[in-house]
Structures are given as structure tokens and as C-alpha cells.
Design a protein around this ligand. Structure first.
Ligand code: FAD
Length: 504
């Protein structure tokens, strides 16, 4: 696309919104040419920052009228290239749509704009003993819209469920430029579950602008421990054993020696540097009775004795002691129990900053995401170390072990094409192994551009055709986030040829 077209595009969009809401030129190209999957880059021609549903609709309609591709984007922390402007065009960034529009404490629900960062949702209600349960490790910046469109999980997904379990209603500007409302303030709307279809659609159905979410009571009793093991295998065998014992911890997170090294170099949190692997395990309990993964405590259920705070404390202490015993049976070298809230926060800082800290060890990191039955963790984890060694690249592992959700992180230099090739091949080998073990090529980071080919290995042609038909209900053209998820969408060539020379 020529500079002249670039200028025309930006000037036109400035008339649709305001000049302050449009970015173009080298700044837009460089800052918005990828998300946190940095292996694939493509620059957009303009980035817009709408503030309301109506402004999003105006931009989408302008793109449709002028046949310009558009890509929804939250904070750009996605790890599969979902927010990449694969065919150029306009990035619609929701980062100025950060308002919390309504908090209804009685009904434990909240309405927020899609660009609201995840942690802000919790901060707004924690003084009332509530929180937004999905907690991706990127939660200080990632947005509600990104969480919805990736169906994000997090450390506490094991007990509390993924984003889909916490979304009650969605406002979507669909790919035809129409504003759609699915669900609302209360759950369980009759009819087909269209929220369920939009959640996880990775921005290919349109732009989510607002959502009603469920608020979950904070636990009344919590215990957190850190167990250090000589090897990753000891730690992963402990994971299956804990679940087999009947305990469902709130979180069970794995970190290997490379992550310990990186975190200690960056943050000095006091992790045991002689360990080959760590498990961070948290058990919690609520007053009342925990009814389901969607957390709702049943207040006054007939014939049901409500747990008191003391009951919850006793239950949590018993669970964490059992976890400690299982860890020791599997060779734990040390077990450290967080004595107070500060100590607990420090352990979680180490975990949540783990991926970022790895950035110190190499110029580039790529985080993969596969899921397997958790009993298969020991051998599949061994496989990731073996394949990395074969390919001559370093790998670190930090993941939601309780869910069987692996995140091998390859450390390399993306200026060297040989290393990039090795990383892509190693990642694909791990994900193929996940499929072979009865798992999936994504636990929570989506398909994006990264795993588009692997999807064809997971699903039959008929299954993929069915998914394509559903996509077409929301997005009958090829302008909304083209080149993502479905193999039929892979090529941008056609899009580029048709859309007025947007090719680069
Ligand atoms: C350090 C780090 C830790 C992470 N930890 C976790 C974790 O624990 N669990 C987890 O699940 N993920 C994790 N992630 C991945 C990522 O943070 C999540 O996928 C997150 O939900 C993305 O949010 P975002 O606002 O950055 O979205 P983006 O990256 O901007 O977009 C993600 C996808 O959603 C679409 N999208 C975004 N907003 C909208 C919208 N309003 N309407 C329509 N489509 C939209 C985009 O088109 C894209 O396909 C991590 C990432 C990093 C970098």
C-alpha cells in the first residue's frame, strides 16, 4: 500500500472519529505489528481508538464500505497472533474503552467496557469481598474483551472455570456492522447459546464492546504452599496424585529450573535456586457451600448446613496438609507454607512475573500452549525437553499444571532464521504430541495465525466446514480479522487482491 493511500486512510478515519483517535505511519506500524507472539509480524495501516459501541460501529461500517480489513485488539498480550493485522488494514484497539458501567452487588454482576483491564474489574469490587475469577497471568494489562475472545484461563481456572463460565451478556458489533446483544444481566437465557459461540471466537465475529460478568465471592480461608522438587517429573507426578486424592486446589502451578533462575535474577523473591522444579499450590474454601465451578455459594439452601468460617479454615488446613504429604511422598526437597498475605503475594508475584522474567534470558521468547490429560504431564514434559535439545534451543516450562495446560517457552534469537525454524518445528512437535495424547493444540491462548495448520490435524474436514458455517453467520465476508483460526482463512492473498491494493 502506498504512502498516499496510507494518508487517505488515516484522514478518512479522522473524520469518522477525531484526529486524536487515529494513529498511522511508522509509530502505528512498529507498535502494532504483532502481539506477544512475535514470530509473525504484519503492520496495520492505521490504528483507531474508539470510546463507545457507536464509535466502533462507525469504524466497522466505514471499513465495510471501503472494503478495508479490520482487526479487533485489546492489550495485545495474546500469544497466538490473534490481534495481528494479518492482511493489513485497520486495527480497532479497545484500550480507550476502559469504563466500568455498572456494579450490581446484590446480584453479584458487573457491566464493563471491553477494554477494561482484567485486574481493574477485581479492584473495583474486592472491598465488597468479590472478584472477577478468571485471572490470566497477564491480568494487570490484558482486557476483558481479549479474555472473552480467547476464552482465557489463569492459575485459578482449575477450581473456578475459564472466562466462558463468568460471562453473562455480550454487546457485539458484528462483522456486518450491526450491534447485537446476547444474554444480559442474568444467566441462562433461553435459546441457543450464542454467548458460548462468541466466547473464544478470537475477534473473527466482530468487536465485543461491553459485557456483563459474574462476580465471585473471595474465599474466606486460603492456604498457599511452595514445594521444591529435584526434577520436573517429581513435581508433575505430584499433580496427578493430588487430584486423584479428591482435592481440587484453587490453583496448582508448575515452574522449572530455568524459570526459577530468571525470576530470581529479576525479582529476588527467594525461590529455592537448587530446585529442578516448583509447584505452587493454593487451597481455598468459602463460608456456605461451593456449588459449582462458577463459584456461586448457595446462601440458604434448605436442609443444607452452611459452613462457618471456622469450618472453611479447618477444611483448607486439612487439604493443604494432605497436599504437603503427597509432595513429600514424591520427593519434595522442601515445602514452604505462606505464613501471611505478604508471603502469599510474594509467591504469586514470582509465578505471575515468570514469563516476563524469561525475557532476560534470550532476545526472543515464544510461549506455546497445549493441553493434555494431566496424568500424561510427566512424559509430555520430558518430550518438550528432549525435542528442544534435539533442535538446539533452550526451553523453559511454567504452566497451569492442575489443568494439564502445558506452556513450553522457547528462548532464542529471532534475528537468526535457523533458530526461528527450529522453534516453530519444536513447538509443532509438542502440539502434535498433545493431540496424540488425546489433548488439544490450545488450552487457553487460542489458534490465531500460529496454529492454523494444526487445527486441520485436530478436526476432520466436516468438523471444520461446520465451524466455517458458524463463522459465516456472524462474519459472512473476509474483512473481519482475516487469516485467523480456520485453515480456510489462511491465505490473505485473496483478501489483499480484492481490497484495493492493501497488499504490502
Ligand atoms: C506474560 C503473559 C502471561 C499470560 N498468561 C495467560 C494466562 O495465564 N492465561 C491465559 O489464558 N492467557 C494468558 N496470556 C495470553 C493473553 O494475555 C490472553 O489471551 C488475554 O486474554 C489477551 O487479552 P488482550 O486484551 O491482550 O487481547 P489481544 O491480544 O489484544 O487480543 C486477543 C484476541 O482477542 C481479539 N480481541 C481482543 N479484544 C477484542 C474485542 N473487544 N472484540 C473482539 N475481539 C477482540 C483479538 O482480535 C485477538 O484475536 C498471557 C500472555 C502473556 C504475555
Amino acid at each position: 500500500m502506498s504512502d498516499r493511500t496510507d494518508v487517505w486512510l488515516a484522514k478518512s478515519l479522522e473524520r469518522v472519529l477525531t484526529p486524536e483517535q487515529v494513529m498511522s505511519g511508522p509509530a502505528a506500524s512498529r507498535v502494532y505489528d504483532c502481539d506477544a507472539y512475535t514470530v509473525k509480524r504484519h503492520h496495520p495501516h492505521a490504528v483507531v481508538f474508539p470510546r463507545t459501541t457507536e464509535e466502533v460501529q462507525k469504524v466497522v461500517r466505514w471499513c465495510l464500505k471501503n472494503e478495508i480489513p479490520f482487526t479487533p485488539r485489546g492489550a495485545g498480550t495474546g500469544l497466538s497472533g490473534g490481534a495481528l493485522a494479518a492482511c493489513g488494514g485497520v486495527v480497532i484497539a479497545t484500550t480507550k474503552m476502559r469504563r466500568i458501567l455498572e456494579i450490581d452487588l446484590k446480584n453479584r454482576v458487573m457491566l464493563a467496557q471491553a477494554g477494561c483491564p482484567n485486574l481493574r474489574l477485581t479492584r473495583a469490587v474486592e472491598e465488597h469481598g468479590l472478584h472477577f475469577a478468571p485471572d490470566p497471568s497477564s491480568q494487570t494489562v490484558c482486557t476483558l474483551g481479549g479474555n472473552i475472545c480467547e476464552n482465557s484461563g489463569g492459575p485459578h481456572t482449575l477450581k473456578y472455570g475459564v472466562t466462558a463460565d463468568h460471562v453473562l451478556g455480550i454487546t457485539l458489533v458484528d462483522a456486518q456492522g450491526e450491534v447485537r446483544q446476547f444474554g444480559g444481566k442474568v444467566g441462562g437465557f433461553p435459546g441457543l447459546d450464542l454467548i458460548g459461540v462468541v466466547v473464544g471466537s478470537e475477534g473473527t465475529f466482530g468487536v465485543v464492546t461491553e459485557a456483563w460478568v459474574r462476580l465471585t465471592p473471595l474465599p474466606s480461608a486460603v492456604r498457599t504452599l511452595l514445594a521444591a522438587f529435584p526434577t520436573p517429573r517429581d513435581a508433575t507426578e505430584t499433580v496427578s496424585e493430588v487430584i486423584a486424592s479428591g482435592i481440587i486446589p484453587a490453583a496448582m502451578e508448575f515452574m522449572d529450573g530455568s524459570v526459577i533462575e530468571a525470576v530470581e535474577a529479576a525479582f529476588h523473591t527467594g525461590l529455592p535456586t537448587d530446585a529442578g522444579a516448583l509447584l505452587l499450590v493454593e487451597c481455598d474454601a468459602h463460608e456456605g457451600r461451593l456449588a459449582s465451578r462458577t463459584d456461586q455459594t448457595i446462601p440458604n439452601e434448605p436442609n443444607e448446613r452452611r459452613d462457618t468460617t471456622d469450618d472453611a479454615e479447618a477444611r483448607v488446613v486439612a487439604e493443604i496438609e494432605r497436599v504437603e504429604a503427597i509432595a513429600r511422598e514424591h520427593g519434595a526437597m522442601s515445602v514452604q507454607l505462606a505464613e501471611d498475605e505478604d508471603a502469599r503475594a510474594k509467591l504469586w508475584t514470582a509465578r505471575k512475573k515468570g514469563i516476563g522474567a524469561l525475557g532476560r534470558l534470550a532476545p526472543t521468547i515464544v510461549t506455546h500452549d497445549g493441553v493434555i490429560p494431566r496424568s500424561k504431564l510427566p512424559e509430555v514434559l520430558d518430550f518438550t525437553y528432549r525435542i528442544a535439545k534435539e533442535k538446539g534451543i533452550r526451553v523453559a516450562n511454567i504452566f497451569h499444571a492442575g489443568d494439564g495446560n502445558l506452556h513450553p517457552i522457547f528462548l532464542f534469537d529471532d534475528r537468526d532464521p535457523k533458530q526461528v525454524k527450529a522453534v516453530v518445528e519444536a513447538g509443532e512437535a509438542v502440539l502434535r504430541r498433545c493431540i496424540a495424547e488425546g489433548g488439544s493444540v490450545s488450552g487457553e491462548h487460542g489458534i490465531g495465525v500460529e496454529k492454523i495448520d494444526l487445527l486441520a490435524e485436530m478436526f476432520s474436514k466436516e468438523d471444520l466446514r461446520m465451524q466455517e458455517k458458524i463463522r459465516k453467520v456472524f462474519n459472512s465476508g473476509s474483512l473481519c480479522n482475516p487469516g485467523k483460526i480456520l485453515p480456510s482463512q489462511k491465505s490473505c492473498v485473496e483478501v489483499r487482491l480484492r481490497h484495493k491494493g492493501i497488499a504490502t
